[in-house]
Each structure stands twice: as structure tokens, then as C-alpha cells.
Write a protein that binds this ligand. Structure first.
Ligand SMILES: *Cc1c(COP(=O)(O)O)cnc(C)c1O
Length: 365
């Protein structure tokens, strides 16, 4: 079985965890600080604040922005649930905007149509590891005085026009979940250049405390432990080699699959560095088989492909109840029926790559 994702954990991570355990200081401390410095360095931001996971990173960022009941926040329906549920956690209204067919990222034109007096922020997602269209979205945000929270959970080390993902908004959220490009099991990071936001985030993750037992604002326990951070620090040392391996795997697929009729391969924007959290292709009508037939064939042959995402968020019960319905976001709906993601992680070997390509050709050619 070739899994769709595989955490690569070595002796370095094992030793780093042991070192923390033996030090007796297991809660948030030096290792967390070190991990924060690494993220700030890689993302070219002034600050990075570690939290317990990607979802709490998104939530604490919206809390720091002051998003509140009555506010509206615009995001994509074609993403992981947390990009939208973080908005509900602040009691605000989730307003979806459709995506673009080529990049799967939020469509600036669609965003413009969703802006009202109540709109407070936009949460664009760097889906699959490619930066969202920050130029267009930033213009919209500036004109309408909106904050941008970049959901960069899939995009560590990605960039567009030389600007790093994680620095493409007022704040950005990362996840270190076990399937992401760098992992710590669970873990999250918020990056920002804004000192006031950074200060608020440090309070929000620690019960809203200004000083110990001085609760200046509503906060949570969203802290990260040094045990977890130690894994993250070692993974960050391997970030470039992990990223290069993903890109190499993707280039192999691009070359080998280009001859297959009816498969649309990933579109890379000019000047973009795509880090292939997922290598996602679209099965067009002209393909010999349907998406679901292709998925079944690959899984039968021991290739763990994935569908991200099988149903857009607005068609889940929670959002249907708010009045969303089938047909609201035609591009997201169509893509959810056509996408398939192939294993592209750094754990693939030459045989794995060849087998994936061969099995696709066996059924599609
Ligand atoms: C993984 C992910 C999250 C959530 O991160 P967790 O660490 O699992 O909470 C949010 N948004 C996107 C786009 C993700 O891929």
C-alpha cells in the first residue's frame, strides 16, 4: 500500500523529544520559542506565535482581529472545514465565495460580490500548497478596509513573486498535523508582522492573561508543549529537503501524465513556488474513465489516493441550515466531483512513483 500521506520521523526527532522529557521542562518553553523563530524566519515575518493546532491558530487570529457576532467573514467553500468553522467560533457569519477552476483558490471576482457593510475579513486558503491570488485580494481588502487571514496550513515554504506564504495577509495560520508538509503530530503557528496582533495572540493562547492571574481579555488554553515543539524544530531543519522531494515527485507526474487524455494536471501560476501538499488532478469528461472509477482502480491496486474535498462546505448540514444550497458555488461543486489527489510525499521511492503512473495509464489509456 502506498499511503496518501506519511509522517517522516527520524532519530533526530526521537532524540529531541527525549532531551525535552529528560530536561523536566515539558510545557511551553525554549523549544516553542525556537520553533516560532524558525517559522518567522522561513515566512519572512516579524512574529510567529505557536498554538496547539491549525484550527486554534485560525481561531485565535480571528479573535485577535476582533471578529465578533454580527460580522461577516468571506472564505472558500472548497477547503478543510476549519477555514470556515473558525469564523463560527467567533460568532460571526460565514460567507462563501466561489473558487477559480485553474488554481482551486478563492476567486477575487466572487469575493467582490459578497462584500457588505458587515464584512470584516477574508480568509483565503493556499490550497494544496499554492499561494492564493494575494495581489487581487489585497486590493479588495484595502479598498473595503478588511483584514486578511491567510489559511496557509498547506503551504509552508510556498511563495508567489518571491513573497512567502505566511506573509500574504495581516496574519496567517499554519498546521503541523501529521499529514502536513512538516509535522509535530498536532500543532499550529500564527505568523504576522503586526506587533499588536502578536501581543494579543500570546494572551489569547494563555487564558487572556496580561500578567499572571491578570485576565485582561477572553482567552483560551491554546498553548503548545515543548515536547511537540521539539519535533517541529527538527522537521523545520528538513523543510527544504522535504519540499524539494515533493516538487521532484510532482515534476515526474507532470512529465509522465501529460500524454493522458482527459487528465488536467496542476496549474502553476507564473512566479509561484507550489509545495504540493497535494498533487491534485482533475478528471475531465474526455477521460476514458470517471473520477470515481479511477479512484477505485488505484485503491484496488494499493495506491492510497485522496479526494480533497468530496463535498464543498456549503453543502454540509450546518451550512445548508444557513440557507446555502446546491448550485450556489458551481465551480467548487464541480471540482469536488472531479478532483483526485495522488501520493506525492517525500516518502515515495522510484518504484512507488512508477507504479502510480503505470496504474493510471493502465486504466486511462
Ligand atoms: C489542516 C488544515 C487546517 C486545520 O489544521 P489542524 O491542525 O488539523 O487543526 C485548516 N485549514 C486547512 C486548509 C488545513 O489543511
Amino acid at each position: 500500500m502506498i499511503p496518501i500521506a506519511k509522517p517522516l520521523i527520524g532519530r533526530e526527532e526521537e532524540n529531541a523529544v527525549l532531551e525535552v522529557l529528560r530536561s523536566g521542562h515539558v510545557v511551553q518553553g525554549k523549544k516553542v520559542e525556537q520553533l516560532e523563530q524558525e517559522f518567522a524566519r522561513v515566512c519572512c515575518t516579524k512574529y510567529a506565535i505557536a498554538v496547539s493546532n491549525g484550527t486554534t491558530a485560525l481561531h485565535s487570529a480571528l479573535a485577535a482581529m476582533g471578529v465578533k457576532p454580527g460580522d461577516e467573514v468571506i472564505t472558500s467553500p472548497f477547503t478543510f472545514v476549519a477555514s470556515a468553522s473558525c469564523i463560527l467560533m467567533q460568532g460571526a457569519k460565514v460567507v462563501f465565495a466561489d473558487i477559480k477552476k485553474d488554481t482551486f483558490n478563492i476567486d477575487p471576482e466572487s469575493v467582490i460580490n459578497k462584500i457588505t457593510e458587515e464584512t470584516k475579513a477574508i480568509v483565503p486558503v493556499d490550497l494544496y500548497g499554492q499561494a492564493y491570488d494575494y495581489d487581487a485580494i489585497k486590493k479588495i481588502a484595502e479598498k473595503n478596509e478588511l483584514f486578511i487571514l491567510e489559511d496557509a496550513c498547506q503551504a509552508i515554504n510556498a511563495s508567489l513573486n518571491g513573497k512567502m506564504c505566511g506573509s500574504l495577509g495581516d496574519m496567517a495560520a499554519f498546521s503541523l498535523y501529521a499529514t502536513k508538509n512538516v509535522i509535530s503530530g498536532e500543532g499550529g503557528i500564527v505568523t504576522t508582522d503586526n506587533e499588536e496582533f502578536a501581543e494579543k495572540l500570546r494572551r489569547i493562547r494563555n487564558h487572556g492573561q496580561f500578567e499572571r492571574y491578570d485576565y485582561g481579555m477572553l482567552g483560551y488554553n491554546y498553548r503548545m508543549t515543548d515536547i511537540i515543539a521539539a519535533i517541529g524544530v527538527e522537521q523545520m531543519r528538513k523543510l527544504n529537503s522535504f519540499t524539494d522531494a515533493r516538487i521532484k515527485n510532482a515534476e515526474f507526474f507532470n512529465k509522465e501524465l501529460s500524454e493522458v487524455e482527459g487528465l488536467r494536471l496542476p496549474f502553476i501560476k507564473p512566479n509561484a513556488k507550489h509545495v504540493y501538499h497535494q498533487y491534485t488532478i482533475v478528471v475531465e469528461d474526455s477521460c476514458k474513465v470517471s473520477r470515481d472509477e479511477l479512484v477505485k482502480h488505484l485503491r484496488d491496486k494499493g495506491i492510497g489516493c485522496g479526494i480533497y474535498y468530496p463535498k464543498p462546505l456549503h453543502l454540509h448540514p450546518m451550512y445548508l441550515k444557513m440557507g446555502y444550497k446546491e448550485g450556489d458555488f458551481p465551480v467548487a461543486e464541480e471540482m469536488s466531483k472531479r478532483v483526485i489527489s495522488l501520493p506525492v510525499h517525500p516518502g515515495l521511492n522510484d518504484n512507488d512513483r512508477k507504479k502510480i503512473v503505470q496504474e493510471i495509464k493502465n486504466i486511462c489509456l
